[in-house]
Design a protein around this ligand. Structure first.
Ligand code: SF4
Length: 210
């Protein structure tokens, strides 16, 4: 199984390459990921861009009125909850970490509303540190492929970590997110156009059923 997952990563790399930036500004990655929950990327980019245009620094966000943050990002889902979170995170980083985002899973998880997926995204895309950020795409595709058999993203993360060497953890999120957005769609996956269908349990099962 481990061998086939490495093979799957190699095939997806060939298809998608690597285009996401690493070593991004950690505060931007953190806030972007908080804003991204249940939103399309385009809307998240717009919201992050509007937010940092109006409040360019962590200090300004920490001091901002919640209402003003809400008004800046109100075109995205859950904007009220996200506005509170963005301010609370900024304040804590300012007070406890001298305006620095910690490069450490345990400390990131102490930030208000930050779960393992967000913390992992920060480790990967800001610090280039090995982590596996499991969102709906990573969870769904891993289970469809049959490389894991899990019910929750936390279980998927643990299973993938045990299947892969740390050096490959960085690739999973980027590749599976792209594949999930373009080919392995949540409803009606485009299996005919899939470069990893030969490794996929879901594809094998649907072919047999036809
Ligand atoms: S074969 Fe279909 S279900 Fe399997 S990974 Fe590809 S698109 Fe997803």
């Amino acid at each position: 199984m481990r061998q086939s997952l490495l093979g799957i990563i190699a095939l997806l790399k060939r298809r998608y390459g690597r285009s996401f930036h690493r070593n991004e500004d950690p505060f931007y990655v953190l806030i972007f990921t908080v804003l991204s929950a249940r939103n399309r990327d385009l809307q998240t980019y717009k919201a992050a861009s509007a937010l940092f245009k109006r409040f360019p620094s962590m200090r300004q966000l920490a001091a901002a009125k919640i209402k003003d943050i809400e008004n800046t990002i109100k075109f995205i889902g859950l904007y009220r909850q996200k506005a509170k979170r963005v301010k609370a995170i900024s304040r804590l980083l300012l007070q406890k970490y001298e305006c620095r985002v910690p490069a450490n899973m345990e400390k990131l998880l102490e930030l208000p509303g930050v779960g393992r997926k967000t913390a992992s995204c920060v480790l990967i895309y800001a610090f280039n540190k090995p982590a596996i950020a499991v969102d709906t795409h990573v969870h769904r595709i891993s289970n469809r492929l049959g490389v894991v058999k899990t019910r929750t993203p936390a279980q998927t993360e643990a299973a993938l970590m045990s299947l892969l060497p740390k050096s490959r953890w960085l690739d999973i999120n980027e590749l599976f997110v792209k594949h999930g957005q373009q080919v392995c769609l949540p409803i009606k996956p485009r299996c005919g156009d899939c470069s990893i269908k030969r490794c996929c349990n879901y594809f094998a099962a649907t072919k047999t059923a036809l």
